[in-house]
Design a protein around this ligand. Structure first.
Ligand SMILES: Nc1ncnc2c1ncn2[C@@H]1O[C@H](COP(=O)(O)OP(=O)(O)OP(=O)(O)O)[C@@H](O)[C@H]1O
Length: 253
């Protein structure tokens, strides 16, 4: 069970002599095991919202709850993956995961086994001794996902995780993510600029306007999803609806 709920969230940054209100009273709940993508034009506040949910960014007012409990900072109930790989270059792939496990309080003797299990989960079972500099972008991002999942969070927060990857690798990573999501019953918040990716992956797509939730669309395509689905009229129609909403916001702010 893992629900993530944001209530009346407010966030502003200093700007000149005043403040720039970036999140304006957002209410959003991600249900247990739900895959929710957040899309919206550049600068509308997607990353800020995700960072607040991760506990990495403070907020001015409102409440963030995991299973009903207010959070005040990062926690092992939430795993986070960013676009930049954020691996420590002086540690091997396995050591990067072990480092996170130790920080999460896992007894030292268990760390190696858990790290190996998670390398296998992301199909890098043979690459544990590689240095980040020896890995491709897709492999680095798989290590970052393994690391985020290693301490068994029920919520995964991902900010443009595949944005830096080529189309083929990106597609492989999307498939891997869906496999992991189905196996581990995760609740996922996924920020992306790619509407096709959002439709392909999600149960629900939330469109942000400037600091607000502008609209939301349920994705009613059957699972498991497969490549040919992007020719399905429902898939294409939904892509157009989402794009249209980004271009023509419903909520004026
Ligand atoms: N640390 C900060 N200090 C000041 N302003 C910030 C800070 N972080 C974000 N902002 C501002 O907050 C607004 C929202 O930024 P945010 O990165 O959340 O948007 P985004 O929707 O994720 O954008 P993009 O799609 O381009 O990544 C922007 O106007 C940005 O300039």
């Amino acid at each position: 069970m893992a629900t993530l709920s944001l209530h009346q969230l407010e966030k502003s940054f200093p700007l000149g002599k005043g403040r720039h209100r970036v999140i304006k009273g957002i209410d959003l709940t991600l249900n247990d095991n739900e895959f929710v993508s957040i899309v919206g034009s550049s600068g509308c506040g997607k990353s800020t919202l995700l960072s607040i949910a991760a506990g990495l960014e403070e907020f001015d007012a409102g409440d963030v709850r995991v299973d009903g409990r207010s959070i005040t900072g990062p926690g092992i109930d939430r795993g986070v993956v960013f676009q930049s790989y954020t691996l420590l270059p002086w540690l091997t792939a396995r050591q990067n995961i072990e480092f996170a496990l130790k920080a999460a309080g896992t007894p030292g003797r268990q760390c190696r086994d858990i790290a190996q299990q998670h390398l296998e989960l992301v199909k890098l079972g043979q690459s544990g001794d590689s240095w980040p500099g020896e890995l491709s972008g897709g492999m680095k991002q798989r290590v970052a996902i393994a690391r985020a999942l290693s301490y068994r969070p029920k919520i995964l927060l991902m900010d443009e995780p595949f944005g830096a990857l080529d189309a083929m690798t990106r597609h492989q990573m999307q498939q891997l993510l869906i496999e992991i999501w189905e196996k581990h019953r995760l609740t996922v918040m996924f920020v992306t600029h790619d509407i096709e990716e959002a439709v392909w992956l999600s149960d629900r797509i939330v469109v942000m306007g400037q600091g607000v939730i502008d609209d939301a669309f349920d994705v009613r395509l059957a699972r498991p999803r497969h490549e040919e689905m992007n020719r399905d009229p429902e898939f294409i129609n939904l892509q157009h609806l989402v794009l249209d909403r980004i271009r023509h916001p419903a909520v004026s702010v």
